[in-house]
Design a protein around this ligand. Structure first.
Ligand code: C5P
Length: 418
């Protein structure tokens, strides 16, 4: 798919071994990858391993006369389409934030004119330390995409956020960061011209083993309709889609994901955005230990235990993100007390609006929807209508909220060019 060049800086942490898998995934996806191994990283993986997997020379030092003559570190920093730091240790991010350039990796990071993505991995205390929080905020403010680490048991025996996201999720984020940006329409006559709208849609699949997964009944139709309506209103749209068989709406950049963690990484990588509309039915739990082998019946009649762990709450995390879009819209699928639950959910998640619907009927696979838009200033209840019309009404309201000077729409379905 890609044919893009990635400069992968491998920092010094136990998670460095996962960088090897990432190299493999980049190659499998059609990308070219050149690795830079820090001194710390070389304690965990060898340059030989990365060279064999990437089929490119691996760079380890600033003071390599042959490399300097043939390539030069400035050129190395510029020839990639994306610079990925994986794993990004606390120390490496601190040095990046401070603008230090005392080895090859930090020099390249300071010299590059390309987008940079950092994939953190460290002990939970180190991740939550005020210094790291400050450094991550500095990096994000200066345009570096810092992915959220995973939560779980760590190599050091502690538990919490700080684990390196799975290589598949990092790869998804790389694909999202490299996805072609749609040119903006020249005329600003369209209500969302110049805006970037991020939409999540569909279910997530959480693997149990290589052939089985946990899923839900989300069809993706409502989210795809919103992405389409936003694109027709002139927005640049990134649609992060779980596994659904729907066609990509015209002029929409689609990023396919499978799991909640991949969706979280793709959302982070798609920032900044003006608006986020989180329609996806993200699985609340994933299996604690999906292994590479198919589970088998052992003849005892006792099924294997299925331990679950909680997935990241993508919407709530986005609302706390320093790069939070100006308008964040969540969805709430409820079977009872729809509005009361939506009001509580809006406060809990920190979203601006919650679009609530009753899913006790066949809404999840159906063509129509009746929604209540719960905002700070009250509840707007729309009658049951096709999901495409719900999408257009919502997009009209978004456009109105973002540009209070724009004329208010009268009938949303006739608002946009066909
Ligand atoms: O908590 P609940 O699943 O009811 O919240 C629904 C809203 O939160 C939707 O907008 C959904 O996309 C979002 N969500 C999320 N990440 C999760 C669970 C839900 O972004 N793990």
């Amino acid at each position: 798919m890609l044919q893009k060049r990635i400069l992968l800086i491998v920092g010094g942490g136990i998670a460095a071994y996962k960088a090897c898998e990432l190299v493999r995934l980049i190659r499998k996806g059609g990308g070219d990858v050149t690795c830079v191994l820090t001194e710390g990283g070389a304690h965990f993986v060898t340059a030989m391993t990365l060279a064999a997997l990437s089929e490119n020379p691996v760079h380890t030092t600033l003071w390599d006369l042959k490399n300097e003559v043939e390539m030069g570190h400035i050129q190395l920093s510029r020839q990639a389409d994306l610079v990925v730091v994986c794993p990004a240790t606390a120390d490496l991010m601190a040095r990046m934030a401070a603008g230090i350039a005392d080895d090859l990796a930090t020099t390249l990071l300071l010299a590059t004119d390309k987008p940079v993505m950092a994939v953190p991995a460290m002990n939970v205390r180190m991740w939550q330390h005020a210094a790291t929080v400050r450094n991550v905020a500095t990096l994000r403010a200066s345009g570096v995409t810092v992915l959220e680490p995973d939560e779980g048991a760590m190599a050091c025996g502690e538990f919490g956020p700080g684990r390196l996201p799975e290589p598949a999720a990092v790869w998804t984020a790389i694909e999202a960061a490299l996805a072609p940006r749609q040119p903006l329409p020249a005329a600003a006559a369209l209500p969302l011209a110049g805006r970037h709208v991020l939409v999540t849609a569909g279910p997530t699949h959480e693997p149990i083993d290589p052939v089985r997964y946990i899923a839900n009944r989300s069809s993706g139709r409502q989210g795809f309709a919103i992405a389409e309506a936003a694109a027709r209103a002139g927005a640049r749209v990134t649609l992060v889609a779980g596994p659904v068989a729907l066609p990509t709406p015209p002029r929409v950049v689609r990023v396919n994901v499978e799991t909640a963690r991949e969706m979280a990484a793709a959302v982070e990588a798609a920032l900044p955005a003006d608006v986020a509309v989180m329609v996806a039915a993200v699985a609340d739990w994933r299996t604690a230990d999906a292994g590479p082998h198919k589970l088998k019946k052992d003849g005892s009649g006792t099924p294997p235990p299925l331990a679950l762990v909680e997935n990241p709450d993508i919407l709530a995390n986005l609302c706390r993100n320093p790069r939070r879009p100006a308008l964040v819209v969540g969805f709430a699928a409820e079977t009872d007390d729809v509005i009361a639950h939506a009001v509580a959910k809006r406060a809990r998640k920190g979203a601006d609006w919650i679009v609530a619907n009753d899913v006790s009927g066949d809404v999840m696979g159906g063509a129509t929807n009746a929604v209540h838009i719960v905002a700070a200033d009250g509840v707007d209840s729309l009658p049951e209508m096709p999901k495409e019309h719900v999408a257009e009404a919502l997009v009209a309201r978004i456009a109105q909220t973002l540009s209070p000077m724009a004329p208010a729409p009268s009938t949303p379905p006739t608002e946009f060019p066909a």
